[in-house]
Design a binder for this molecule. Structure first.
Ligand code: 5GP
Length: 115
C-alpha cells in the first residue's frame, strides 16, 4: 500500500527540499542526504509505486521507459558511464526504508575491491 506522505513523495511535490541532479516528466534524480559512497544519487519515478516489483508490473510502459532513460541521463550527467552501481532495495527485509520506488546510483573508488 503506497503512503502518499513518504519523504520522496514530499520531495516530488516540492514539500521537502532536495539537491536536484536531473528532472523530466518521468523522474527526478537527487543527492542522497546520507551518502554511502563518494557519489550516491537517488532516482525516483513520478508515480505512486512502492518498489521495483510494483513499478515493473503496474507502471505504464511510457513511464517505465522514461524512468530508465532518466537513470541513464543521470549517469551521463554524473560522468559515470563505466563506473557505477545501481541498487533497488525491495522490502524492509532487504533494507528498504522509503517505500517509493527508487534506484540508488553509486560510485566509489573502493568498489574496485569491494564485492
Ligand atoms: P532505501 O533504504 O529505502 O533503499 O533508501 C532510502 C534512501 O533515502 C537512504 O539511502 C536515505 O539516506 C535516503 N533518504 C532518506 N530520507 C531522505 C531525505 O529526506 N532526502 C534525501 N535526499 N535522501 C533521503
Amino acid at each position: 500500500m503506497y503512503d502518499k506522505d513518504n519523504i520522496f513523495a514530499k520531495i516530488l511535490r516540492g514539500d521537502a527540499p532536495s539537491t536536484k541532479i536531473f528532472e523530466d516528466d518521468f523522474a527526478l534524480a537527487f543527492q542522497n542526504i546520507a551518502p554511502r559512497a563518494k557519489t550516491h544519487v537517488l532516482v525516483v519515478p513520478k508515480g505512486e509505486y512502492t518498489d521495483i516489483y510494483d513499478f515493473s508490473a503496474n507502471a505504464p510502459a511510457e513511464l517505465q521507459a522514461g524512468f530508465w532513460a532518466a537513470v541513464r541521463k543521470t549517469v551521463d550527467i554524473l560522468g559515470l558511464r563505466d563506473n557505477f552501481r545501481t541498487v533497488a532495495n525491495t522490502g524492509a527485509g532487504a533494507g528498504q526504508s522509503v517505500f517509493h520506488f527508487h534506484v540508488h546510483i553509486m560510485s566509489d573508488e573502493r568498489f574496485k575491491t569491494d564485492f
